[in-house]
Design a protein around this ligand. Sequence first.
Ligand code: URA
Length: 211
Amino acid sequence: MQFGLFEDRPNYFATLGDLVAAMMKLEDDPLFPAGTNMVIYRGNPQAKLMIIGEAPGTEEDRQGKPFVGRSGQLLDQILASVSLDPERDVFITNAVFRLPPGDDGKPLRKPTSDEIAYYKPYLMEIIRLVDPKIMLLSGNVATESLLGQTGITRLRGQWFRVGERWAMPIFHPAYLLRNPSREPGSPKALMWADIKEARRKYDEIMAGDQG
Ligand code: URA
């Protein structure tokens, strides 16, 4: 059965659980032959804030959850710095759902544009079913998938409309791990500005929701 064509079949899945069950059975996706696991999400499916990363790494492949390795630990610290609890306040997923091959302790191979395009309908179904108000696109792969653009240094920190939702590209935590400086203008300093802005928008939207 081919599940990849949601454009012709909008609202194909009734629940996130149904979608996850179908994704776990996928065998015709481009990274299936690599033999790596399907890694879909962690966090709260009711959250209004979604973080979209690149693709699982080796630790994520092992545990079956996104962002549980070194990048994930840094992501959790970044969220905690603005009092966001990754399990309660956030839903965390990726643009590509299997580890691209060739990652044996070396940096993750970047997914190709074809791989990004293949998994995009699944990501769009996840977004539709979770229904976040705000999405943070962590790195160029997530930004390419959702905005059709790359150039994270130029795009980060700006809000874009994706349908009814807000999306902001931010740096990927792996990039911050490679660039530890905290000087003004450094990737870490810019990330701090971006996460504070994301928190501000989140508070504004949550307040609007209640009133
Ligand atoms: N990097 C990502 O983009 N996603 C993960 O899940 C882990 C590392």
